[in-house]
Structures are given as structure tokens and as C-alpha cells.
Design a protein around this ligand. Structure first.
Ligand code: SF4
Length: 730
């Protein structure tokens, strides 16, 4: 029998200030039951819980309750700005769709509310039974970039070193994995080198596969504040909002960007517009790279990319003329069958032109989720804690020493990636799955296949704020979780800035912070003594601080939450002024053992997914509006946000294609691929070229069309290359 605490003990351990009686009374009533005083009547600040920009918000408190918020004017990230999602952050907490008690699936398919004791015991007994019957590798978890770093580390450490899960991955695989691999190989560590100030210091900004206006609107505002009248270059097959606002837009055929970037390098070499001194002092393998790009002549590149030679030359000329050139990319690059190489092609351009380590420069991947950077360093999924490597014995020993655990408990590999976990479920190898703060049944590719796979599981646990997500609806057990604003911790944003989040609202009903859920599960699993030091988010922050010591991401000077400046702190944290903005590689020293960056390159490959007579249109996907977030699980809870975008799923079609297919604006359009079909409402627009259509990623159905094609190194799915057939729906 496990040592499971009583309900009273569970609730007290989770939140000492709330009595059991009050919590039971509040069951199911939304947010109208805050305790007398969470915080004094005052202002407190915290980082936004949506995107990786990491804006700071001022929370306005009254009678101990968070009643409103406003953007933080002092914070060096957003300087008093916020996008619609940030403004509505508090409102989405108060929703009838919140999971307020644990739920278990009945045999008849219905749901029954159960106690935390029952839920915890069920989790432990079912997962252990699966491990005993089928082996340790028969259970896995899928995590997130949406919860604080302390919770990510707790999850990854508990599951892998405690419960013996061999496989666990996060939804960051869907957005950042290619950038991670690219940085590790090129720089020697997963290290986005920039500070946001670079957006205002560049004289030339190159955005590849990034619709910054919509996806990172506050960063776009920073571009607009650039006083240098910069050239703003957008490389994107679609005439996005960002492309429309840019000074230059180039629209290569989808997935030919790698060829285009090699063509730019070819011209920079031909024109001797490269930085010989920087390359010779600070990099390796430039000679091989030089030979590699010889074949990428302007004529060849133009033909491959569907551009003309003058466009290719103009793009290269703009880069050559810039004194402070910065290269930025997001999902258009990462979500590709050759995302790693494309990211490295951008890194190569920054290296060869010496545009790195100086103000206004850099090869800069912008992250997606609010804490994707925390996930990359500390989720214990693709990397070992602190950005280390599971396969490295010295790294495993170091982590074991810091955590004071037997080194044999640390696996020698990172385990399966997301797609391999889904394959394992399909094949019957994986029987139990724990999904935390992500909505796989909406966001993963080939949704129908994934949903069928999930139905094969013997035990599916979903731990989430909302009981209505597509994934929660498939669960056997739902663990109700607190959300942003209802718990403490830290996030790390795209420019490596560590910022605080705080508890300013009471989680509804019996929902608990993920941190406390992990504590309960650790205790019930029989791991209480091993995780005794993981008693609070701040205690875990101290552990993470020690894990960071000596790593490129070293923030060991921050030992308590009080050490984190209200302005946030970028890693690595220096001895001096921690508030000063920092970019990496100012000294030309990279993280490989020899201190040099590497030119890494390869032969462009055509995607496996091809247009054909049956599926003649190319589907692109991306963000819809700045009021929507991913699968809309949260943003659809805000009536205000819902008024800022069309509630129906829309498809953008060019006038030529609409005419050819007999489709009028506002018609319903049936979209089919080899993998699924769905209906969308037509918008006729010149944002897409003839032969291409666009659907935003937020509505259920679109990801069901996407094929299983991945970057071979990062295992990130290629969301933006799908052959489809369209016809008017009747
Ligand atoms: S830009 Fe991102 S971090 Fe800033 S308010 Fe909007 S969602 Fe939040």
C-alpha cells in the first residue's frame, strides 16, 4: 500500500492557506471564491503566460484579489505594451470549462468526479501495473512549454529518474526542436544569442518564415521603434501581414529557402562581402562551406526557388550592404523536413558576415511558447537537466551529484521523441500516457491517426486547466491543474530572460498547481524521501540554479526569487550588473571545446510530400491572429478575444484558383489531403499565390491534413508542406 495522505493533508500540502471546507465549498464555482487575502492591495508584476516574448504585466489587486492588469512600462521587453492575449490573461481563468475536480472515465464512457486520493491512487496503481506487466518503457509522458521551469524540471526528473519512465517529450518538439539542434551543432550549446534591443539596433533585419506582426506583435513594435530606418526583409511564400509591412518581400517556392540561403552565401563570397578576419579567428569548416555553395549560382537558385535572378541578387546585396544585419526565424524554418539545415544556413550567413556578437546582429531563433526556453534547458526530455546530454557519462555524473541520486537512475539516452511515442502507442509498445498542459489531439499532425492511437492506450491521463480540450475528452483520468496567475515560478523568454510568475488568483475548485500535483504523485509513488528537497517552487529554483552552474546558461548567482530583478535577468548571469542587457559571443568565443563556431551545411532535399494530380494545391499553415493562441483552449474562453477573429475556420485562396474551382468568398470549402479532410470558409485574397492555400493552425481539423514528415535530425514535423485538393462544399 502506498503512503497516500488524507484529503485534508493533500489539500494542506498543496495550499496551506486554504481550508478544506472552503475548497469544497468552492468546488465548481469558477473564480468567485478567492480567499480573504492572497496579496496586499497593491500592484505586483509577472511575466505573461502565452508567448515567448515574455512581456511583463502589472497585476492590480483589490481586497486580495487580482482584478485587472496593465502592461509594465518599466520592463525592458515590452516597455508598456501588450497584445490582446496579454490583456485578457486574467479573464480566461474564469471559465465554466475549467477542470475543478479530478474526473475518471466510467465504463459507459461517462465521467465521474472523484477525490484527489482516488485520482492519485489510480494514477500510481495503473502506471505501476503497466510497468510491471509490460516493462518500464510501456509508459510515457508528453509535456509542454507552458508551465514554469520549476514544474518542467519536477516533471522530467520525477518521471525519468523517479518513476522510471523511459520516454517523455514536450510540445516544444513541434516548434523549436530544429533551432535547438542547429544551435547545439553550430555554437556548441542551445544558445539564442540576441537581446531584443537588437531589433532596434539593426540597420537590416531579415525575417525568414516569421510572421512577426501576428505571432510576436510586441517584437514587431520594437522593430517599428528602430530609429535607423532599417531595411526590413521578409522571406516567406505568403504575403503575410509582416511581408506587407516590410520594405522588401521575397516569396520563394515553399521549402526552397535552404537553396535560396546558399545562393545568398554564394553571392557574398563572389562579391568578397564576407568577414575574413572573423571567419578565420572564430569559426571552423568555412573552406568546405565555400566549396559547397559554389554550385548555388544565381541562375540555379532562381530556377529552384521560383524567383528571378535579380531578386536573388537584390536580397544578397541588401545583406552585403548592411552594417548591422540580424537574421530572425520562427516556424517557417523550424517546421520543415530540413529545418535544422535551414536554421544553420542562416547561422552561416551571420558567421560569414561577422554579424554576431555585436549590437543589431545575430542568428536569432524566436521561440514560441512562454517557457519553451525553460523547457529546452530543464524539462529533462531532449536534453538532460541544464542543457546537458543524456549520452555523456560526465554529464550524468554531474547531475547525479547535484541531485544526490544514484547515477544509474539517469537513462543513457533521451528516450523517444514525440513522434516515436505516438508510433509506440500505435504499435502497442506504449500502453500508458500522461499528458501535461498540452492538447496533442488538436496540435499534432494527422489528428485522426493520433486519436485512434490514443484510444488504444490502456490508460491516458490528462493534467490540464480545462476539461474540454480535445485531448482531455479522450482521457481515462483528468487531473485538474491551476493555470498562469494561480501559481508561482519562473519563465525564460526568447532572449534568455528569466522572469517571475506569481500566484495572484485562487485556482477554482480542487484544481492544484502542477507543482503540487507532482508532489502528491511523488509521495504516492513512494518517492517522498527522494523529492523531499523539492518542497516548493523556490526550493526547486535553487536546485536549478546549482544545475546551471558552469553551463553556458549559468544563473547560479540567482539563488532565491529575491535575486531575480523585477526587470528579469538574462542568462548567463554575470558578476556585475545583472540588469544590463546581454547578447552572446561578443568576445567571439563559442561553446565548442575549441571556442569556435562551425559552418554546417548539407544538400537540399525535396520534401517527400509532393503535389500531384489528385492533390494539386499546396497547403501552408500558420498563425491566424494575435488574439488566438495555439489550439485556442485558453483564448476561446475570452469573449473579447473571440470578437477579434472569425470564429469559423478560414481558408485563404487566390482569386485565380477560386475562379477555377468555382468557389466564391464565404463559401464552405472541402479540403482533402492523403491524410484527412475538413471544411473551411473561403477568403479570397492575394496573400497567397495561385496554387497555394493557407489555413491558420488554431481550428481543430487543419492538423489532421498534415503528413508525417519530419526533419531527420530534430524530428520536428513539417507542418507547412501539405498537398491538398479543394472543392466547394455543398
Ligand atoms: S506578445 Fe506574448 S508575452 Fe506579450 S502580451 Fe502578447 S502573448 Fe503576452
Amino acid at each position: 500500500m502506498f503512503n497516500v495522505p488524507s484529503m485534508k493533508e493533500l489539500l494542506r500540502s498543496a495550499d496551506g492557506e486554504l481550508t478544506e471546507e472552503l475548497r469544497l465549498k468552492s468546488n465548481g464555482l469558477g473564480l468567485g471564491h478567492l480567499p480573504a487575502r492572497l496579496e496586499p492591495d497593491a500592484l505586483t508584476t509577472m511575466v505573461c503566460g502565452y508567448c515567448s516574448t515574455g512581456c511583463s504585466l502589472v497585476i492590480h489587486m483589490k481586497d486580495g484579489q487580482a482584478i485587472n492588469l496593465s502592461p509594465d512600462g518599466r520592463y525592458p521587453v515590452n516597455r508598456g505594451m501588450a497584445c490582446p492575449k496579454g490583456w485578457e490573461s486574467l479573464r480566461v481563468l474564469d471559465s465554466s470549462e475549467r477542470a475543478v475536480v479530478p474526473w475518471r472515465r466510467n465504463e459507459d464512457g461517462g465521467w465521474t468526479a472523484v477525490s484527489w486520493e482516488y485520482a492519485v491512487l489510480t494514477f500510481v496503481s495503473r502506471m505501476k501495473a503497466l510497468q510491471e506487466k509490460y516493462g518500464k518503457g510501456s509508459v510515457a509522458f508528453l509535456g509542454t512549454g507552458q508551465i514554469p521551469t520549476e514544474e518542467l524540471a519536477f516533471l522530467g526528473t520525477l518521471a525519468k529518474f523517479g518513476m522510471g519512465f523511459l520516454h517523455g517529450d514536450g510540445n516544444t518538439r513541434q516548434c523549436m526542436a530544429s533551432a535547438v539542434v542547429a544551435y547545439k551543432q553550430s555554437f556548441g550549446f542551445d544558445a539564442p544569442p540576441y537581446t531584443y534591443q537588437d531589433l532596434e539596433e539593426s540597420d537590416t533585419l531579415v525575417f525568414v518564415g516569421s510572421n512577426l506582426c501576428i505571432a510576436h506583435p510586441i517584437l514587431w513594435e520594437r522593430v517599428m521603434r528602430n530609429p535607423h530606418q532599417p531595411r526590413i526583409i521578409v522571406v516567406d511564400p505568403r504575403r503575410t501581414e509582416t511581408a506587407q509591412a516590410a520594405t522588401h518581400h521575397y516569396a520563394p517556392q515553399p521549402k526552397t529557402d535552404l537553396t535560396l540561403l546558399y545562393g545568398v552565401a554564394h553571392l557574398l563570397l563572389e562579391w568578397k562581402a564576407w568577414d575574413r578576419e572573423f571567419v578565420e579567428r572564430h569559426t571552423n569548416d568555412f573552406g568546405k562551406f565555400r566549396v559547397h555553395v559554389e554550385a548555388f549560382t544565381p541562375a540555379f537558385v532562381a530556377q529552384q526557388c521560383g524567383m528571378n535572378v535579380a531578386e536573388v541578387e537584390e536580397l544578397a546585396r541588401l545583406i552585403a550592404e548592411g552594417q548591422r544585419v540580424s537574421f530572425w526565424w520562427t516556424m517557417g524554418v523550424n517546421q520543415s523536413h530540413q529545418g535544422v539545415l535551414t536554421a544553420q544556413a542562416l547561422i552561416n550567413l551571420a558567421l560569414m558576415t561577422g554579424n554576431i556578437g555585436r549590437p543589431g546582429t545575430g542568428a536569432n531563433s524566436i521561440t514560441g511558447q512562454c517557457n519553451a526556453m525553460g523547457s529546452r534547458l530543464f524539462s529533462n526530455t531532449a536534453s538532460l537537466l541544464g542543457g546537458r546530454d543524456f549520452t555523456n557519462l560526465a554529464h550524468r555524473r554531474k547531475v547525479a551529484d547535484i541531485l544526490q541520486i544514484d547515477g544509474a537512475r539517469i537513462p543513457e539516452t533521451s528516450g523517444y521523441a514525440y513522434d516515436q511515442i505516438i508510433d509506440g502507442i500505435e504499435s502497442g509498445e506504449i500502453k500508458g500516457l500522461w499528458v501535461i498542459a498540452t492538447n496533442s489531439a488538436h496540435s499534432w499532425i494527422q489528428q485522426n491517426r493520433l486519436k485512434q492511437a490514443f484510444k488504444k492506450l490502456e490508460f491516458l491521463v490528462v493534467q490540464d486547466m480545462y476539461r474540454t480540450s480535445e485531448t482531455a475528452q479522450l482521457a481515462d483520468l483528468i487531473l485538474p491543474a491551476a493555470g498562469w496567475g494561480e501559481k508561482d515560478g519562473t519563465f525564460i523568454n526568447s532572449e534568455r530572460r528569466i522572469g517571475r510568475i506569481r500566484k495572484v488568483a485562487r485556482a477554482p475548485g480542487q484544481a492544484l498547481a502542477d507543482f503540487h500535483i507532482f508532489r502528491l504523485l511523488a509521495e504516492a509513488w513512494g518517492l517522498g524521501p527522494e523529492f523531499a528537497a523539492w518542497r516548493s517552487p523556490e526550493a526547486v529554483f535553487q536546485i536549478l540554479s546549482r544545475l546551471s552552474e558552469g553551463q553556458p546558461c549559468d544563473f547560479s548567482r540567482l539563488q532565491t526569487y529575491d535575486d531575480i530583478s523585477p526587470l528579469g535577468v538574462q542568462w548567463p548571469v554575470p558578476a556585475g550588473d545583472v540588469e544590463e542587457q546581454r547578447r552572446l559571443f561578443a568576445d567571439g568565443h563559442f561553446y565548442h571545446a575549441d571556442g569556435r563556431a562551425r559552418f554546417i551545411f548539407g544538400q537540399p532535399q525535396a520534401p517527400r510530400e509532393r503535389l500531384n494530380p489528385e492533390f494539386p494545391y499546396l497547403l501552408l499553415t500558420g498563425r491566424g491572429s494575435s488574439a488566438q493562441w495555439h489550439t485556442e483552449t485558453r483564448t476561446r474562453q475570452s469573449p473579447i478575444l473571440k470578437r477579434l477573429y472569425r470564429d469559423e475556420a478560414m481558408i485563404e485562396i487566390s482569386p485565380e484558383d477560386a475562379r477555377r474551382e468555382g468557389i466564391a468568398a464565404e463559401d464552405w470549402v472541402q479540403v482533402s489531403s492523403a491524410h484527412g479532410q475538413a471544411k473551411f470558409r473561403c477568403v479570397i485574397t492575394r496573400k497567397v499565390k495561385p496554387g497555394q492555400v493557407f489555413i491558420s493552425m488554431h481550428k481543430d481539423g487543419v492538423n489532421g491534413l498534415i503528413p508525417s514528415e519530419f526533419d531527420p535530425q530534430s524530428r520536428q514535423p513539417s507542418y507547412k508542406m501539405c498537398a491538398v485538393f479543394i472543392k466547394k462544399a455543398h
